[in-house]
Every structure is written in C-alpha cells, then in structure tokens.
Write a protein that binds this ligand. Sequence first.
Ligand SMILES: NC(=O)c1ccc[n+]([C@@H]2O[C@H](COP(=O)([O-])OP(=O)(O)OC[C@H]3O[C@@H](n4cnc5c(N)ncnc54)[C@H](OP(=O)(O)O)[C@@H]3O)[C@@H](O)[C@H]2O)c1
Length: 343
Amino acid sequence: MRKYNVAVIGVGAVGKEMLRCLHQRAFPFKEIRVFARSQRDITVEGIVYRVEAIENAQFDNIDIALFAGTEGEKGASLTYAHKFVDKGAVVIDNGADFRLDPKVPLVVPEANREKIFNHQGIIANPNCTTIQAVVALAGIYKELGLKKIILTSFQATSGAGRKAMETLWEETKEIVKINEGINELPQRKKLDKSYQVFPCQIAFNVIPQIGSFEQEGYTTEEWKVVRETHKILDDNSIKISATCVRVPVFTSHSEAIYFETEKDTDGEEIREILKNSKGVKFFEDNTYPLPLDVEGTDLVYVGRLRKDIYHKNSFWIWVVADNLRKGAALNAIQIAEELPPFL
Ligand SMILES: NC(=O)c1ccc[n+]([C@@H]2O[C@H](COP(=O)([O-])OP(=O)(O)OC[C@H]3O[C@@H](n4cnc5c(N)ncnc54)[C@H](OP(=O)(O)O)[C@@H]3O)[C@@H](O)[C@H]2O)c1
C-alpha cells in the first residue's frame, strides 16, 4: 500500500487535533512534517514533533498539506497554500480564505463528497458551525428539501483558537481568586485585559458576537453559516438566518436549529432520516447531547426533535459536535482519506 507525505501547517488548537487524528485513524502516512511560525519541538499524545519555521522552508515531496494556521492577509493559507500546490501537494485548508472561491470545493463528506474530486489543488473545510449543521441536515435536505433554516449557536472558546481557551481559564481563575472567602454570590470585577481575546469577559457570561459586524447587522460568523451552507448544498434558495453566540465552554459547539422542509412530512419521518443519517447519532425522546460529553468524539449528535406547533413541516433540533474534531481537524482528514487513489 502506498504511503503519503503529509504536512500540518499550524500547531494551535486545530493543528494538534490533526496530528492526533492522523494517528487515531491510521492515515497511511510515510512522513508527517509540521510547520508553524517558529521552530521548536512539541509533544502531542506522547509523540514529539519537530516544528519547522515555515518562512524559509522547502515544500518538496509533500502529497497532502493540511492547513491550520491563522486566516487573512498575512496568515498561513494566503501566504503559503499556493506554494505547496506549485510543489505538487493537495492543500486542505481550514480557514475562510478560499471557502467561497468558485474554483475551490467546499466539502463536508457526508453531504457533498463528490466535490472533492473536482479540486484544482486546494480544497476548503467549512467553518465549524456550518459543518455540524450541514451533517445534521444533509439527509433531511436530500429526502425532503429545505425551505428555511434558523440557527442559534452556542460556541465553545476553542473555536477561536488556543489563546481563547486560555482566556476563559485565566478569567475564571481570576474571578474565583477575587471572590475567595466571600460567602455570597461572586462580585463582578474589572479583569486584566492582557489575556482577553473576546470583545468582553467570557467567563460566567455569553457574548452574542463572533467575528465582526457585516451587512444587515449580521456578524462574519453568521454570514459564514448562510453562504457556506448554500455552497455546500449547492442551493441558494434556502432561507437561512443565524445568531452565533460565544459561551464559556472549552470545546464542542451546540446549536438550536429550526428548519422547514420543502415536501410535506411528519416528525416520524424526520426521526427515521436522522437515525439513518451518515455521521449522526440521534438521541431519542427527551434525551440530549451535551458539549462536555461529546468532547473528543467524532460524530454529530442530534436530540430534542420537536415539531413547530403552529407551522407544518417545521421542526427544531439540538445539535452538538466537537468543533476541533468534526468541526475542523477530522473533517479535513476525512477529505484527505478520499484523495490517495487520485494522488
Ligand atoms: N478552532 C476551531 O474550532 C476551528 C474550526 C474550524 C476552522 N478553524 C480554522 O482553523 C485555523 C486554525 O485555527 P486554530 O483554532 O487552531 O488557531 P490557533 O490555535 O490560533 O493556532 C494557529 C496556529 O497557526 C500558526 N500560524 C499562524 N500564522 C502562521 C503563518 N503565517 N505561517 C505558519 N503558521 C502560522 C501558529 O503558529 P505559532 O504556533 O508558531 O504561533 C499556530 O500554531 C484558523 O484558520 C481557524 O479559523 C478553527
């Protein structure tokens, strides 16, 4: 069996999860090269990796490059993705830089696996919030069509990277310390801003802003849900609206999703579709998945199926998944697993 040279670019929250996934899923790699801004050694699951400084590195003989660096103008993807492609690698990118480029397939294997094979060197992983919603809704869309999706997310701090998780931890410790010895409800104190990466305190709070504000008062994260879902399902007619909220959770995003189907249906049919949907574990009756319980696992968990009591063909579901795994690293590696016969 042929083995492949793999590169992981970025060793933050997602990059480290990619290294774990490559081993856990027994990806047929010959060599794993790891790149970040600076050179050092890191240890993940007891394995020591030499991190190469990307700036002056050579990218020869790499078959698949998994990008988990920061996004934007000076980020890893815009600076280096095409350099890897020019040297013959297929790039799978986790950031937003290429997702809406018409030449770049945007893939959730459970929904549009076939798009993987139309790539021109770069394949994009959708945003974590979009991935888990699409996995939950793909079977329903295929069988019954979708007219409308209204989504409210409850997103973990790890969705904003390693420093964001540290911020939640540091703020929590500081508030606990400030209130030590006080036998009343904790007092609010102004926190040291030095470690904050959110627009306001995240510990013991929720923040209804992820990203910056764009058209019509929606945030960048909310527009990602709309535009990426349209691209993945190849259907701009679905009316999609999102409210994305940061919550003081370390890992795993939760979403309350309301949807209306195109065809007439009932709760029983939706239940059967969800039970048989690829990548989904369905929770019966009044049981439900929790972010703490799904951390470190690979499926998208769906519970609390209810019909809208006023509108036909309309339902609510509660959807939870590990944002670092299915929402990022795992989805990228599932795409990579499809590539070998064509490399
Ligand atoms: N976290 C999630 O749930 C999630 C989900 C979906 C998609 N994503 C996307 O995945 C990407 C990585 O996210 P993350 O949460 O892992 O971020 P992170 O924890 O902040 O880590 C970023 C990593 O990228 C490296 N990096 C930054 N700029 C670079 C450059 N110019 N060249 C090479 N390496 C560079 C950093 O290197 P140093 O360590 O040397 O500083 C660091 O290792 C982002 O694009 C993010 O939007 C994240």
